[in-house]
Design a protein. Structure first.
Length: 417
C-alpha cells in the first residue's frame, strides 16, 4: 500500500466532531481543519457515524444555495441502518420528524409562510415590553447582592420567558422548558429526555389553543395552517423547532455579547455609557463567536464534488457556520471590527435560512436583555479573570457555562422602572 503524502487532504483521517477544542479555541481548530483537510472536512459523529463538515465560506454558500443538490430531505441519508440504539443526536437529525426543518419544495415554502406570517403579527413594541418586564424581574432577584452569574440567572432564563409569552405558553412552564431545551440541543445523554419534555409541553399548548385560541403565535399558526392544509400536529412540530431555535441561540447571543463587552478593550471603554456599542458588539459576536457553530445538515441528492471532495449520494453534509465566518478568503484581517457587515452565516442562508421575522424577534430579545442589564447595573465587571471563563461542551452551540460578575448593589424595582 502506497504511503500517502504528508498533509494530503484526500488521505487525512476523519476528525471526531467532539473534544475540548470546540470549547477552548474553536477559531484555531477550524483554521487547522481548513489547513489540514481543505474546505470540506471528513468528520465522525457519536457512534463513529461519518459526515462532512463544510468550513469554507464559498463551499457553504454553494451548499445552502443549491437546495436541489444538497437537500433537507433526511430520508436520503445512507447511514440510517447503521445508527446505534439511543443515538444522542436523534433529536437533531431525525428520519421521521415532520417539521419545517425536513420539508422541501413548495410544501416547505408554504410552511415557512405560516411561521413568518404568525411572527409578523407580533407587535414589536409589545415584544420589547415583555422583554423589558422579564429582564427587570430577573435582575430584581440578584441586583441587591452585588454579584451573580449572568448565564444561569439571566441569559439562560430570559429568551424562553419572552417566547413563551408570545407563543402562548403559560409563564410557569418556562424554567422546565429551559432545562429541557438545553438538554435537547446539546446532543448528549439527556437529549432524548429533553426532547420528550419539550414535545409534551408544545403538544399540550397546541391542544389548548385549538380549543381556546388567543392573541398569540400558536393560535395564529393554527388558523393559518388550517387554511394552508397543515394539521395541528404540523404546527406542534414547527413550534418545537421555533422554541429550540429561538431560545438557546438567543440566550448564547446575550451571554457571548456581554462576555465580549466585558473582556474586549474595543468595547470595555464604552461599556458603562453606551447603548450605542451594544448593536456593534452583537454583530461582532455573530461573526466571531456565533451561538450556532455547526448545523445538521444537508444530504447529497446524488454523487457530486464539493471543495475537491467526492461526496456520495446520501452523504450527510454539516454546515460549519462558525468556521465559514472565519474563512480567510472573506476575513483577510480578523482583527478589524466588521461593523454593520451582515454577510455572516449565523442565521444560515438560502431557502432554509432562519426566517427574517424570527431573526428580528431574536434580535429584539437579545438587544433588550443587554441594554436593560447595562442600564440597571452600569458598573458591571467580571468577577474572575477572562482566561477562567469556560464554554459548554458542544460542537453545535457555543455559549458560556457561566459569566460571574460583580457590581454595586442597587434596589429592586419591584415591577416599576
Amino acid at each position: 500500500m502506497t504511503t500517502p503524502p504528508p498533509g494530503c487532504p484526500a488521505h487525512a483521517p476523519a476528525v471526531p466532531l467532539s473534544g475540548p477544542r470546540f470549547q477552548t479555541d474553536p477559531t484555531t481548530l477550524y483554521r487547522d481543519l481548513r489547513r489540514e483537510h481543505g474546505p470540506v472536512v471528513p468528520v465522525t459523529l457519536p457512534g463513529d457515524v461519518p459526515a462532512w463538515l463544510v468550513v469554507g465560506y464559498r463551499e457553504l454558500h454553494q451548499v445552502t444555495t443549491d437546495a436541489a443538490l444538497f437537500t433537507r430531505d433526511s430520508t436520503r441519508w445512507n447511514q440510517w441502518d447503521k445508527l446505534p440504539e439511543g443515538w444522542p443526536l436523534a433529536p437533531m437529525i431525525s428520519r421521521e420528524q415532520p417539521s419545517i426543518l425536513y420539508t422541501v419544495g413548495p410544501r416547505h415554502q408554504a410552511r415557512a409562510a405560516v411561521i413568518s406570517d404568525a411572527l409578523e403579527a407580533i407587535d414589536p413594541f409589545e415584544l420589547r415590553r415583555y422583554a423589558e418586564e422579564f429582564a427587570d424581574g430577573l435582575i430584581d432577584q440578584f441586583c441587591t447582592t452585588g454579584e451573580t452569574d449572568i448565564i444561569s440567572r439571566y441569559a439562560m432564563l430570559l429568551p424562553v420567558r419572552v417566547l413563551a409569552k408570545v407563543y402562548g405558553v403559560p409563564d410557569e412552564h418556562g424554567p422546565d422548558l429551559v432545562s429541557a431545551l438545553v438538554d435537547m440541543v446539546d446532543g448528549r445523554e439527556r437529549a432524548l429526555a429533553g426532547q420528550s419534555h419539550v414535545q409534551q409541553t408544545i403538544l399540550a399548548l397546541v391542544a389548548e389553543k385549538a380549543q381556546h385560541p388567543g392573541p398569540d403565535v400558536a393560535s395564529r399558526m393554527l388558523a393559518l395552517a388550517e387554511k394552508s392544509g397543515f394539521t395541528p400536529a404540523d404546527v406542534a412540530f414547527d413550534l418545537m423547532v421555533m422554541a429550540a431555535a429561538g431560545h438557546q441561540p438567543t440566550a448564547d447571543w446575550i451571554g457571548n455579547t456581554l462576555r465580549l463587552m466585558l473582556t474586549d478593550d474595543r468595547f470595555t471603554a464604552s461599556l458603562s455609557g453606551g447603548r450605542h456599542s451594544v448593536a456593534e458588539a452583537m454583530n461582532e459576536v455573530l461573526w466571531e463567536d456565533t451561538p450556532t457553530q455547526n448545523v445538521a445538515g444537508r444530504w447529497a441528492a446524488r454523487d457530486t464534488r464539493l471543495g475537491g471532495r467526492a461526496i456520495a449520494a446520501g452523504d450527510l453534509v454539516l454546515l460549519g457556520l462558525a468556521a465559514a465566518n472565519g474563512d480567510p478568503q472573506v476575513r483577510t484581517d480578523a482583527s478589524v471590527l466588521t461593523g454593520g457587515n451582515n454577510a455572516f452565516f449565523s442565521f444560515g442562508h438560502g431557502e432554509h435560512r432562519c426566517p427574517f421575522t424570527a431573526q428580528e424577534t431574536a434580535e429584539v430579545i437579545a438587544r433588550t436583555a443587554v441594554e436593560v442589564l447595562l442600564d440597571r447595573l452600569p458598573d458591571l465587571d467580571l468577577a474572575v479573570p477572562a482566561a477562567d471563563l469556560t464554554r459548554r461542551p458542544s460542537p453545535w452551540l457555543r455559549g458560556m457555562t457561566a459569566l460571574p460578575v460583580t457590581f454595586t448593589p442597587t434596589p429592586a424595582l419591584g415591577g416599576h422602572r
